[in-house]
Design a protein around this ligand. Structure first.
Ligand SMILES: [Zn+2]
Length: 324
């Protein structure tokens, strides 16, 4: 039944709400048929204990899950515009409809997609795959993430396949787990490299320009200096990394709740290095590290430390420090 809440939330007319209701009813009827058709295969009543009953029901429910995903996913790409060619910019034409059957988190399903081709340079494109985030593998994006996470935790691909398969009620091949894990690693590496490149551009001074210097401190100069240390793996050995923050203090002062007056910290500068502390800290004043707005000190500081580490340890090329 169409409810006021539905109309209010989604901004739908009563007619659209009614259409949605009928669409959902059709899907639920198909789910019921799928469960009935598959009941004999998984026979929940054949389970000898609660664990086995649950496992059988889970496998049975995947049949229904697949039906729902199929309808909802295809509905979502029903009105995608005809794409333009990424090579020459011309409008692409429909080449064919082709199905894929990914294994997903809640079931296996069959997705019909429109394949487009460029008549000028023969490129093809499948906008639906792009919209869904469906990669080239046989697993859905959500299942891929679960499988990749398991593979990262569990040393053997066969064991990761067995554990994940048992948890989700899906049969997974160790080679599929290996491929998915590798693909996820490649994507993560691409994302990380893009993030590092963006940070470099944002934080590094323009080519040829002198690094920004701290403004001259008030007389007599007063600095806030805070130092900490951590370990970092650089060039295959663990090194002590000194991290510090330096800021000018004053001359402005501010009253505290207890009545004391404290000097106000000026612009912050962050430094990190693997050389001895006595050599590390002066770089904080020498303008090697880009100056950052004080109001974003925490966030920017962490990032600038990463960037500076990258510069200090050298030899890592574009890879930067681990975990950056
Ligand atoms: Zn083209």
């Amino acid at each position: 039944m169409a409810s006021v809440a539905d109309e209010g939330v989604a901004g739908k007319t009563a007619e659209q709400v009614e259409q949605d209701r009928r669409w959902r009813e059709r899907i639920v009827a198909e789910v019921a048929n799928a469960l009935l058709a598959g009941w004999d295969q998984f026979a929940p009543e054949g389970g000898t204990d609660l664990e086995e009953i649950e496992q059988r029901v889970q496998r049975l429910l995947r049949l229904g899950g697949g039906v729902i995903v199929e309808h909802v996913a295809e509905g979502a790409v029903g009105n995608l515009p005809r794409p333009v060619c990424a090579g020459c910019g011309k409008q692409m034409e429909v080449a064919c409809r082709r199905a894929r059957e990914p294994e997903g988190l809640v079931g296996r399903y069959r997705l019909q997609r429109t394949v487009y081709v460029c008549r000028h340079c023969d490129r093809t494109a499948v906008p639906a795959d792009e919209f869904w985030g469906l990669g080239p593998g046989t697993l859905s994006p959500a299942l891929s993430r679960v499988v990749a996470a398991a593979a990262a935790e569990i040393p053997s691909f066969a064991q990761a396949a067995a554990t994940t398969g048992e948890t989700l009620g899906v049969k997974l091949d160790p080679s599929t787990v290996a491929l998915t894990s590798e693909a996820a690693g490649a994507v993560a590496e691409q994302d990380r490299q893009a993030a590092v490149a963006a940070l470099k551009e944002e934080l590094q001074p323009a080519a040829g320009a002198a690094p920004p210097a701290l403004p001259p401190p008030a007389e007599p100069p007063t600095f806030l200096l805070s130092v900490d240390a951590t370990k970092a793996n650089a060039d295959k050995q663990w090194r002590d990394v000194k991290v510090g923050v330096v800021a000018t203090l004053g001359p402005q002062s501010r009253p505290q709740a207890d009545g004391r007056m404290t000097l106000v910290a000026g612009p912050h500068r962050y430094v990190a290095g693997i050389e001895p502390t006595a050599d590390t800290l002066p770089t904080a004043r020498s303008g090697v590290v880009p100056r950052l707005p004080a109001q974003r000190a925490t966030d920017r500081g962490r990032r600038s430390v990463h960037l500076e580490l990258h510069r200090e340890v050298g030899g890592l090329g574009d890879q930067g420090p681990r975990g950056c």
